[in-house]
Every structure is written in C-alpha cells, then in structure tokens.
Ligand binder design. Structure first.
Ligand SMILES: Nc1ncnc2c1ncn2[C@@H]1O[C@H](COP(=O)(O)OP(=O)(O)O)[C@@H](O)[C@H]1O
Ligand SMILES: [Mg+2]
Length: 495
C-alpha cells in the first residue's frame, strides 16, 4: 500500500464502499482539506519557507482549517522566552531567550546535582529515625509510611514539642491533635575528608534516602541564586495561536496591576506581572487572525511587530501600577496567516498587505470544485471526516453520500452559479451531515441513510430561503416586516 498514492487509495475505496467507515481519512491535516488545490500547494510552501499568507474568501470554506494545518508542518519551537528581574530598576525587567539545547544541558546538570540515594540502614541511626524509617525504641527498620513500628507498636514519629505550653509533653491527646512530625529532610554535619566539618543533607526519597554533600549544596544554592525569572513563552507550547484582535492587551501583552505596586516588599515584583500577547505566544509559530480588517487600528502594531520581529510589553491600563513597567524587545517572530472576506479587503492596511505580499502570498480560495469522480470521492472523505470529528454520529451509507453530493451540486449552482460543480462551502454541508446524523440517532438508526439527509436538507434552510418560500421573494418579506398590514402571499387566501 505504501507506494500507492493517497488519491488512488481513496478512489478505490470510493468505488466500492457501502458506508463511510470504509473511506480512509488521511493523517496529514493538509490532506484533510477538501478542494482548494492551489491554496494547499501554497500552504505547503508557506510552512517550509516560512511565508505569510492572506486567505481570502467567504466563511466556511476552510480558511481556519488550512491555517491550522500549516502549523502542523512547522518545526518545533527551539526558544523559550524569559523575563528577568532587574535589580537596578525593577520596572525595566530584561528579556532572556534560552535555546532548547541550553535548557536540556541545564536539566542534565540539575539532575547531576540531585545527589545519590542510599539505603536507609547506611545513614546515622538518628537520621533514619527522624525520616521515619527506624523505631526509636526497638531500632527496627520499617517503611516510613507506617507511622507505628510493626515490631513494638510505638509511634515512630518524633512528637513536636510545644514550646509555649508547659504541658506539651504531658498532653495525652497530642497524638490525636495532629502534632505528629515526620521530617522530610535532616541537615547535620560530619567531618569531611580534609578533616574539616561539613554539612550533609539527607532527604527522604520513597523508601530510600538522598544524600547531598556540601559541594552539591553549594552548587544548588548558586543555581537558586540566579536572577529571578518568569517564563512567559515556554518551550513546549502550541504553535498555532489565534488572535481575535478583540483588544490591545490580548494582541500585544500587558503588565498586571498590583495594588501594592509602589511598595517594594509588599507587592508582586514587576517581572512576575508581565503577560505575553498573542504576537509573543506565536513566536516561531503561526499567528492566525480571522477577519483581519476587523482589527482596525491594531493592524498598525501588527505591522511593526512583523517588521521588527520583537515588540515591547508594557502595562496598557494607564491607571494601573503596571503602566510604569516596560519590557523591551520581547521576540515575536511569527508567521502571519490572516483571513478576510472579499468585501473587507479594502479595510486591510495597505502596508500590512504589502508586508504579506513582500514575504508571502495572497490566495483567493475556491467556493466550488468541478464535479469529477475524484472530487466526489473527496466529498465522501469529507463526510467520513465530519462523522469521525463529531464522534456521536453513525456512519453514512453510500446512498446518503450520493444525496449529499447532489446537494453539493445544487448549492454550487444556486449560490455560486456554477454548473457541473460541487460546493466547497463545506461548513454548511457539515451542518447538514450533523443534523442528519442527529435525526438518525433520534430514531435509533444505525446508519445515516439517504432519507435522513433529505430531511436535514429540508430543515437546514437558511432563514432567507425560508422567507422566499413563504413570501415569494426576499423583497416582499422585507416589506412585510415594515408594514404590519401587508399580507404575505401565502396567507392571502386565509385573511
Ligand atoms: N475545504 C474544506 N475541507 C474540509 N473541511 C472543510 C473545508 N471547509 C470547511 N470545512 C469544514 O467546515 C468547518 C469550518 O471551516 P473553517 O476552516 O472554519 O472555515 P473558514 O475559516 O473559511 O470560515 C471546518 O472545521 C470543516 O469541518
Ligand atoms: Mg474560520
């Protein structure tokens, strides 16, 4: 099978299938995009060459789907973005970009610093007692999870002394008052190889004890003393970020307000209050902007971000303690995929469009595809995909797929005026599949058959079409809405 092209496999399956469970669904999300041949080709280039894209066309033809599929083909992110405390000026935190390699070697080093584990019997007895492994009375060893010695029945854990109560030791209920103390770690000293006294740290680790000597402890302390930081864009992240353009802060980031902001020592330090915007979260990935024209003035910021590939984060509420905080040069090297319908093209900032064109493509998506056997097979694949995606629908019969194909033909003719074509306004078709499936489920049917598709098509009519049916034309319907004494034509006989 491996050498047979995917399209041939699909055609063979389409030739003989009885229900959609027999139709193969490709794993590659780009191959799940039906039709849109040109757009898919360009999408592949965009992913490998890192090009921007403007996808143009009406709703429901796969713009979001395409954008998401592209992100699937991008390499994994290699950089993590940190915001660092700046001791000289806490309101100007700095940025540090760490590579995957640096992070991996740091993790390895940290692992080395974890010390080694030893058997509970090889540490000084008092350490084993405090960590809950050894009984203070009889000296027997047992699991630290057993609070009572299985040998002599004594409570293994040291009672916390209540220093402020003269009766602490005498209180017979102390045990029941949760005053148990099982220590997790013990620090003590020993004479080291060079004859000097050194610190040793013992820590319970499961049924073993971890030992850290002075050298390890010093390295660990040095690591902890490193500049305090906050990861704002982690290494492992999704590489497909949707920006709705609803607000400046969502797109460009913000610094959270802190009621104690101006009182050092009381509040949360500025670097910890820094929040990335979608442009930063999309670093090394895809930033998808649906209806880019709706972004209005924010397009300008987007343009700057694309030119500079970095953008500062500031507090955007002038009344907030965050307003005085600014982080310069936060990286935002993303691939922009924007979507627009045809009418709104004029509302896209011209320099932004030329930015896309300068390093990318503008693609007009198709609203229909020729009615060929290959494309009919694709529509069957689409039906199988939608049923699988929904998860609650029965599979469709061959008849049902044929009925959907007919509907796709009708719609291509009706909506787009194209003959011998199948519609690519697939969100609507997907709605019909779902509705038909729900009806089938409601009737306890095991298969989504032709009759359910027919019923669904009848019910799924958009309101404009329902109005046309009832009033004769959209124009009459609208008049009917204005003048209350106008009578819709199908009700004239009655009144
Ligand atoms: N070309 C297509 N191929 C496969 N499925 C599609 C296609 N177009 C639309 N769909 C279906 O319709 C849904 C909505 O499509 P979407 O990509 O959000 O459209 P748009 O972004 O153009 O409005 C998709 O999740 C998918 O189920
Ligand atoms: Mg969409």
């Amino acid at each position: 099978m491996a050498n047979v092209p995917a399209d041939d496999v699909l055609l063979a399956a389409y030739d003989s299938f009885e229900e959609t469970s027999a139709i193969p669904i490709p794993k590659n999300p780009l191959e799940q995009v039906i039709g849109q041949k040109k757009a898919v080709e360009i999408a592949k280039i965009a992913a490998t060459q890192r090009r921007n894209l403007l996808l143009v066309g009406p709703p429901g033809i796969g713009k979001s789907l395409l954008a998401q599929a592209i992100s699937f083909h991008l390499p994994l992110a290699t950089e993590e973005v940190n915001v660092l405390h700046n001791p000289e000026n806490p309101e100007r935190p700095s940025v540090e970009v760490k590579t995957r390699d640096a992070i991996t070697s740091e993790q390895k080093m940290f692992k080395k610093l974890q010390g080694h584990t030893v058997d509970v019997k090889s540490v000084p007895p008092f350490v084993a007692e405090r960590l809950g492994f050894r009984c203070r009375r009889c000296g027997r060893f047992s699991s630290s999870r057993q609070s009572v010695c299985p040998n002599c029945g004594v409570d293994k854990f040291v009672l916390k002394q209540a220093p402020d109560s003269p009766f602490g030791d005498l209180n017979p209920f102390a045990n029941y008052l949760g005053e148990h103390e099982r220590q997790d770690q013990v620090r003590t000293t020993r004479i080291g190889e060079n004859g000097r006294e050194e610190i040793v740290h013992y820590e319970r680790q499961g049924e073993k004890i971890r030992v850290l000597d002075q050298k390890f402890l010093e390295k660990l302390d040095a690591m902890k003393k490193k500049t305090p930081r906050k990861v704002i864009v982690p290494l492992d992240r999704k590489n497909f970020v949707i920006a709705t353009g609803a607000s400046e802060t969502e797109l460009l980031g913000d610094v959270r307000h802190d009621p104690y902001g101006s009182h050092p020592g009381l509040g949360t330090p500025p670097y910890q209050r820094v929040l990335p915007g979608s442009i930063h979260e999309a670093h090394q990935g895809v930033l998808f902007i649906d209806e880019i024209s709706a972004m209005s003035y924010l397009q300008r910021f987007l343009l700057t971000a694309m030119q500079e590939k970095k953008y500062h984060i500031v507090g955007r509420n002038p009344h907030s303690a965050g307003a005085s905080v600014k982080v310069e040069d936060v990286p935002c090297d993303f691939l922009l995929i924007a979507a627009s319908n045809i009418n709104d093209l004029q509302h896209i900032l011209p320099p932004l469009r030329s930015r896309v064109l300068g390093n990318g493509y503008e693609v007009l998506l198709d609203t229909s595809m020729p009615d060929t056997i290959e494309n009919r097979a694709k529509l069957a694949q689409f039906t199988a995909q939608e049923i699988r995606k929904d998860g609650k629908l029965p599979h469709a019969s061959r008849d049902a797929v044929n009925e959907l194909t007919e509907e796709a033909r009708r719609r291509a003719k009706q909506i787009d005026g194209t003959d011998n074509a199948l519609t690519l306004r697939l969100r609507e078709l997907s709605g019909i599949i779902r509705l038909a499936g729900d009806i089938a489920v409601g009737e306890g049917a095991e298969l989504l058959s032709r009759e359910f598709v027919r019923t669904a098509v009848g019910r799924a009519k958009p309101i404009e079409e329902q109005l046309k049916e009832r009033y004769g034309s959209l124009y009459k319907a609208q008049r009917g809405d204005v003048g209350a004494n106008e009578t819709p034509h199908d009700q004239k006989e009655i009144s």
